[in-house]
Design a protein around this ligand. Sequence first.
Ligand code: DGP
Length: 117
Amino acid sequence: MSDCIFCKIINGEIPSDKVYEDEHVYAFRDIEPQAPVHILVVPKEHVASVADISAENSHLAAKCLEAAAKIARTENLSSGYRVIANTGRDAGQTVFHLHFHLLGGAELPAMIVGDAV
Ligand code: DGP
């Protein structure tokens, strides 16, 4: 999608601190980190949110989670991490390109990513 910030990051139009890339997935460090390790794992194909996952594209979500597990190993998050997909306005989703926040590197607070209600 031409006006999607994450599509522009994937295409290289906007710079990012890339940590992982494969055929289906691109992962980069969040610009506003909320933990010592805060990485966004996104499918290269534009899917707006978890609400748009279907039988046709669910393999992309699976690829993202597979990549998240790999990245967690390379980032040495063996003591634990959190994977979050804010979905829709009430959940605080601000970028409507499916993304999984991978957070770790410290003991995480109960609420993280997006404002607590
Ligand atoms: P969410 O609120 O779940 O939609 O998370 C969107 C995240 O995207 C938020 O933590 C900040 C991050 N973000 C937004 N714009 C950029 C950007 O241009 N570069 C990077 N690296 N992260 C961004």
